[in-house]
Design a protein around this ligand. Structure first.
Ligand SMILES: Nc1ncnc2c1ncn2[C@@H]1O[C@H](COP(=O)(O)OP(=O)(O)O)[C@@H](O)[C@H]1O
Ligand SMILES: [Mg+2]
Length: 358
């Protein structure tokens, strides 16, 4: 799978960009604040309809403009022409000129994995980031998962709104509970199956990056044991006090351990960074395995943060991308680009919202 062309209008600092990309490894070089990361953001947007920077649509509109447009041609099994327009008033999304009505119909048109400094939050941040990580992988690999997840989120929201009322109607609460149990149990089941499948990949990537001295493990950690319906029934008195749903997949976590100790508490900053990279490497590897072809890799500056030894862990992934006609985009400044990975790179210079082949 690769992105054959990208078209930007009023997106971040790009007034107008039309560019074609071949498969292979693209190096986006440039000084700071020129628009390198913005290109990755636009590509990631085409894959997930979200910014990896966690911002809403209006921040991506070029200052003074009314809305942004991002278009891409993606070559995978077939060719998909994606067009996305976003303004506070109007949103349009189409694939091959057909309007897309639901997010759930869209995912899979472009599969991408991003490596960025925000990944550190997977290890250091709250459990929400780790749930999102699992949910994204599941959305990228299990048909129907996203539908389930949205169903669960909707039932949780309705149920919590009801619990906020002074005297919630029991019958209504039961109906929302039934829906929550149905969707929630399926969500947890999917996460529980996924973790042992990716855990060996994360572990292997970690050992490769960290250099075999430490061992790590990854364990799915639901917030309660047993049956969701029973756990909900048992939590009714607590729910009455706090007026919100206290058990369910929205409280799940992913326990990351290094040498049998919690990574959150007992690892150095460098180890945390290595763990974050390992999680993403595993995501890429898992997607490749499931789909039989690698996702587009978007690597934002992280190469510069890693020493040469750790960077070497990317080599198998890059090799695979080369072998299978995949595609990689890597941003760097002139000083820190990893020259040892430089076989057959396509080099671009990014300057003030322009992209030039160099
Ligand atoms: N909505 C926006 N409209 C116009 N310019 C923007 C917008 N958002 C960010 N920028 C500009 O984009 C540049 C940063 O782009 P970025 O891709 O993050 O840089 P880098 O090359 O360092 O990765 C800055 O010059 C910033 O002012
Ligand atoms: Mg940047």
């Amino acid at each position: 799978m690769h992105v054959a062309s990208l078209k930007l209008r009023d997106f971040r600092n790009y007034a107008r960009l039309d560019v074609e990309f071949s498969p292979g490894c693209h190096l986006l070089l440039g000084n700071n604040a020129q628009g390198k990361t913005n290109i990755l953001e636009a590509l990631y947007l085409m894959a997930t309809l979200r910014s990896f920077r966690g911002v809403g649509g209006s921040q991506m509109i070029r200052h003074e403009a009314r809305g942004y447009f991002v278009g891409a041609q993606v070559v995978g099994q077939g060719v998909s022409e994606i067009k996305a327009y976003w303004s506070p008033r109007e949103r349009k999304l189409s694939v091959n000129e057909r309007p897309v009505r639901r997010l759930t119909e869209y995912l899979g048109v472009l599969r991408a994995v991003i490596f960025c400094s925000e990944d550190l939050n997977l290890v250091k941040g709250s459990s929400q980031g780790r749930r999102r990580f699992l949910d994204l992988i599941l959305s990228q690999t299990v048909p129907g998962y996203l539908v389930l997840l949205l169903r669960f989120a909707k039932s949780l929201k309705s149920r919590n709104a009801l619990l906020k009322q002074v005297n919630p109607q029991e019958a209504e609460l039961e109906a929302f509970t039934a829906e929550l149990v149905l969707a929630g149990t399926a969500v947890m089941e999917a996460r529980k199956l996924l973790v042992p499948r990716i855990a060996p990949m994360v572990r292997f990537a970690f050992r490769r990056v960290a250099g075999d001295v430490d061992d790590m493990s990854l364990v799915y950690q639901p917030g309660f044991r047993g049956d969701l319906a029973v756990a909900l029934a048992n939590s009714r008195s607590r729910e009455r006090l706090v007026r919100t749903t206290v058990v369910g997949p929205h409280r799940d976590d992913l326990l990351i351990q290094v040498n049998d100790r919690s990574a959150l508490q007992y690892t150095s900053e460098g180890q945390k960074r290595t763990l974050a990279v390992a999680l993403k490497l595993a995501q890429a590897e898992f997607l490749s395995e499931v789909h039989g072809s690698p996702p587009v890799l978007l690597i934002d500056d992280v190469m510069g943060e890693l020493d040469a030894h750790r960077r070497a862990a990317f080599v198998p992934l890059l090799d695979q991308a080369f072998r299978s006609g995949g595609q990689v985009f890597m941003t760097c400044t002139e000083e820190n680009w990893p020259r040892e990975l430089s076989r057959d790179l396509i080099r671009w210079t990014v300057q003030e919202g322009k992209l030039l082949v160099s």
